[in-house]
Design a protein around this ligand. Structure first.
Ligand SMILES: [Zn+2]
Length: 128
C-alpha cells in the first residue's frame, strides 16, 4: 500500500520461490538424505512428479561375496527407485548402477552389482 515508504525489510522476490531445483546437490541432500552417496546429473519435473537422474559417487565397490574392492566395471544399468514424496510430489530416482568384476580369483562371484546405502536393496541370492 504505502509504496513510497522504502522499507528495507522486503526480501527479493527470487529468494522466496521454490529454489530447490536451482541449488543442486546441497539442497537435495537435505531434501533427500539418502541421495548423499550419489552424484545427481539432472533433476526434472515431469507430469508424474520429480525425476532425479543420479549415479553412485563411489569410484569402486566391494564384492558382497568376498569383500574385495573392485573398480573394474563390467556393465551398467539403470535402476528406478521410488524415493517417496518430497514437497508433496512423488520422486523417482533413475540410478545408474554398475556391475563390477570381482578381482579375487578365489571368489565364486565373477561379477557383482553395487549397492547404494539407503537407495538400493540387495536381492536375496537365487537358490540353485
Ligand atoms: Zn568376490
Amino acid at each position: 500500500m504505502a509504496s513510497q515508504c522504502a522499507t528495507p525489510a522486503a526480501a527479493p522476490a527470487s529468494a522466496a520461490g521454490p529454489a530447490v531445483f536451482g541449488h543442486g546437490a546441497l539442497v537435495l541432500a537435505e531434501w533427500l538424505p539418502h541421495l548423499r552417496a550419489v552424484l545427481v546429473d539432472r533433476i526434472e519435473r515431469t507430469e508424474a512428479g520429480v525425476e532425479v537422474v543420479a549415479r553412485p559417487a563411489a569410484p569402486q565397490a566391494a564384492c558382497p561375496a568376498c569383500g574385495a574392492w573392485s573398480s573394474r566395471v563390467h556393465s551398467g544399468y539403470v535402476r528406478h527407485v521410488q524415493a517417496g514424496p518430497a514437497g508433496g510430489q512423488p520422486v523417482r530416482i533413475d540410478l545408474a548402477v554398475r556391475r563390477f568384476f570381482c578381482g579375487n580369483p578365489a571368489c565364486r562371484a565373477a561379477t557383482f552389482a553395487e549397492q547404494v546405502d539407503g537407495l538400493t536393496v540387495r536381492l536375496p541370492a537365487s537358490p540353485r
